[in-house]
Design a protein around this ligand. Structure first.
Ligand SMILES: Cc1cc2nc3c(=O)[nH]c(=O)nc-3n(C[C@H](O)[C@H](O)[C@H](O)COP(=O)(O)OP(=O)(O)OC[C@H]3O[C@@H](n4cnc5c(N)ncnc54)[C@H](O)[C@@H]3O)c2cc1C
Length: 312
């Protein structure tokens, strides 16, 4: 029986692994279906990880993390997890290869995946001008013009964020109304450097080897091209929560209506011994440093839980 099973090997999972093993848990396995590192490895540049100065890619940032954990005894199983169940006493991790592993405690850190807006070139230029994170990439467009795609609360908040950094923000929305609160919509309309492009559909991102150069948009007045080097899409988010889904369709612990795991400030879920960390948890800031902090917090709790479980 494992002391602790960690599911997902991004910044949250790796930091949980570091703290759990270094903190005395002896039998800890991190289940990661691919190479450890998580979604930041798709980023060509990260500038906001504290203490790391100079140009560094997400891949280079994450490279030493698994080695650091392995030094303290973290085991990495490169296998996908189908589901986690609980029999009232301990957890069972069901693996895609048909085997299972029992564990006293579990930390799930499987992240979340932004939905695609569906225009041509979106995948090709992802991370090279097309972004799903204003906090991550907004600064790269300081003093420049950018386009934001979406009309939900997140798109509006991110447009406000970008309007403080960028010269101009085009907000491309497929309707002519917004569901956000009336005072938010009024603020949006009154922000001088945000221009609303309504009843509009993004068709294609334009670019070359250097990155994005524009966005082709269909409007009711015809087709226009926004000459922007940055395109931010905020059209929803899929939380990678299937490992918590039970055979009867219910979740193992409390979730929000949007599929995020409900945790308290110690990363504890509604089920004792089960923790969630990083982008998959409620109100996540979706940043590497925050995911890492969550992982550390969850691991410290898991150490205490395993200790009391064994001494009970
Ligand atoms: C292009 C890009 C640029 C970004 N730029 C920045 C930035 O500049 N600064 C910043 O702070 N943040 C940035 N982010 C956000 C940052 O990457 C995330 O906030 C962070 O990676 C979240 O960490 P996590 O550990 O919660 O999840 P993830 O990094 O998503 O890791 C989850 C891991 O779980 C694994 N997994 C999922 N399901 C299973 C399963 N069933 N079984 C086994 N393994 C599974 C996945 O393979 C993945 O490795 C960026 C993200 C992207 C995509």
């Amino acid at each position: 029986m494992l002391d602790l099973a960690i599911i997902g090997g991004g910044p949250a999972g790796l930091t949980a692994g570091l703290y759990a093993t270094r903190g005395g848990l002896e039998n800890v396995t991190m289940f990661e279906k691919g190479m450890p590192g998580g979604q930041i490895t798709q980023s060509s540049e990260i500038e906001n990880y504290p203490g790391v100065t100079g140009e560094i890619s997400g891949m280079d940032l994450m490279m030493p993390w698994p080695q650091q954990c392995q030094k303290f005894g973290l085991k990495h199983a490169m296998v996908e997890v189908d589901r986690v169940t609980h029999n009232g006493k301990f957890f069972t991790v069901h693996l895609a290869d048909g085997t299972t592993e029992d564990a006293i405690s579990v930390i799930t850190c499987t992240g979340s995946t932004p939905k695609k807006a569906g225009f041509a070139g979106e995948d090709e230029f992802f991370g090279k001008g097309v972004s799903t994170c204003a906090t991550c990439d907004g600064f790269f467009y300081k003093g420049k013009e950018v386009a934001v795609i979406g009309g939900g609360d997140t798109a509006i908040e991110e447009a406000f964020y970008l309007s403080k950094i960028c010269k101009k923000v085009y907000l491309v929305h497929r309707r002519d109304t917004f569901r956000a609160a009336p005072n938010t919509v009024a603020r949006l309309k009154n922000t001088a450097n945000i221009e609303l492009i309504l009843n509009a559909t993004p068709k294609e991102v334009l670019g070359d080897a250097m990155g994005v150069t524009g966005l082709r948009v269909t409007t009711q007045q015809g087709e226009i091209t926004l000459n922007v080097p940055g395109v931010f899409t905020f059209v929803g988010n899929n939380v990678n929560n299937t490992v918590l889904k039970q055979e009867n369709g219910a979740f193992l612990c409390e979730m929000t209506p949007w599929g995020e795991v409900v945790v308290d400030i110690t990363m504890a879920t509604s089920l004792k011994g089960l923790y969630a960390a990083g982008d998959m948890r409620i109100s996540a800031s979706k940043q590497v440093v925050c995911a890492a902090g969550d992982g550390a917090t969850a691991a410290l709790q898991a150490i205490a839980y395993v200790d009391s479980y064994k001494n009970h």
